[in-house]
Design a protein around this ligand. Structure first.
Ligand code: SF4
Ligand code: SF4
Length: 107
């Protein structure tokens, strides 16, 4: 088990600054969906992490906390994720470290 970045949709969708997506050193790891947060009444979407690509460097945490001042990202153990997104068939669904595709992330 290892630490990966987990983004709070509630916090991120309220801000939607997208700053972290520019600073993650791993390609296609912090992604952005216009759909995330809509079910919670947010107008704009949220960033999310393809956890199988996340190297646990926590650079995104620094960016969100110190540059964006939003504190939306925490490092948590991968098996503690409430939801997971994987790269292969980009998913964002019920908690699983072998996440199954609920619906493709759009946006
Ligand atoms: S920097 Fe924080 S608030 Fe901005 S998009 Fe990333 S996670 Fe969301
Ligand atoms: S912890 Fe590092 S690799 Fe993982 S999403 Fe954040 S910046 Fe990218």
């Amino acid at each position: 088990m290892y630490l990966v970045a987990d983004i709070s949709v509630e916090i991120c969708a309220a801000k939607s600054c997208k700053l972290c997506t520019q600073y993650c050193p791993e390609a296609n790891t912090i992604l952005y969906s216009d759909e995330l947060g809509k079910d919670k009444g947010f107008k704009y979407g949220s960033a999310y992490v393809a956890v199988d690509r996340c190297k646990g460097c926590a650079q995104c945490v620094w960016v969100c906390d110190n540059m964006a001042k939003n504190n939306a990202i925490k490092m948590i153990m991968i098996d503690q994720l409430p939801v997971a997104a994987l790269t292969d068939n980009v998913t964002y669904g019920e908690k699983s470290t072998t996440a199954t595709l609920v619906s493709p992330v759009v946006g």
